[in-house]
Design a protein around this ligand. Structure first.
Ligand code: SAM
Length: 195
């Protein structure tokens, strides 16, 4: 008798990647690998939920992660997939502008930035969220690169604000850094000196 192939969350992620094109399979794999390296009970924040490919990859990577996912629109597809895989209890969806939503939750282990891609938005996301990252946490940016006008704007904001931070990953249009708050403070002081 022929066995029915069981659908895994990885099949779903590959399909999401193909259908929505927001996060490549190689990025999904890199995300899962990276999330596995975080300390116990990590907190992740996704700016720009979209269809939820990155969110579902994080939730699939380990059972103790909590993900807060922020989007200016209602992220129905993300919620649907979270329900499908039994992840709803570990997902908090917040509707609002990524750089304006208040934050009274624990410090963040992993920040994933993929909301408004304009230079001014990424700068505002950085100003709001980087200080909420734990020392040694991870700041991950999507659509960083040179193939597209908006990607260049992401790149410009990231290159400025993450200057001097340790780069830990560069896969497709994803780039990630190990967060060092002292380097950030140093940069703020230097920039203050420029005005
Ligand atoms: C490229 S999609 C995100 C894809 C998603 N990260 C994934 O892995 O599938 C960008 C999302 O950012 C949202 N967005 C755009 N500007 C925003 C803002 N200022 N604040 C919050 N979300 C925003 C859009 O509504 C859209 O859903």
């Amino acid at each position: 008798m022929q066995k029915t192939k069981e659908l895994t969350v990885f099949d779903t992620l590959a399909k999401m990647s193909e259908v929505h094109g927001t996060f490549a399979v190689a990025e999904v794999e890199a995300m899962i690998k990276t999330v596995k390296t975080l300390k116990k009970n990590p907190v992740a924040v996704v700016l720009g939920s979209g269809p939820g490919t990155a969110t579902i990859a994080m939730l699939a990577a380990r059972p103790d992660i909590k993900v807060f996912s922020i989007d200016i629109d209602v992220a129905r597809t993300e919620l649907l997939h979270a329900k499908q895989w039994g992840y709803v209890d570990r997902l908090t969806q917040i509707q609002g502008n990524s750089y304006l939503v208040p934050w009274n939750n624990p410090q963040v282990d992993l920040l994933f930035v993929d909301a408004c891609h304009a230079y001014s938005c990424v700068k505002r996301d950085n100003a709001a969220w980087l200080p909420r990252l734990k020392d040694g946490g991870i700041a991950w940016y999507h659509d960083y690169g040179e193939n597209d006008g908006m990607w260049l704007q992401v790149k410009a904001a990231v290159d400025e604000d993450l200057s001097g931070q340790e780069k830990i990953l560069n896969v497709c249009s994803s780039i990630a850094f190990r967060w060092n708050p002292s380097q950030w403070k140093k940069l703020q002081l230097e920039n203050k000196g420029d005005v």
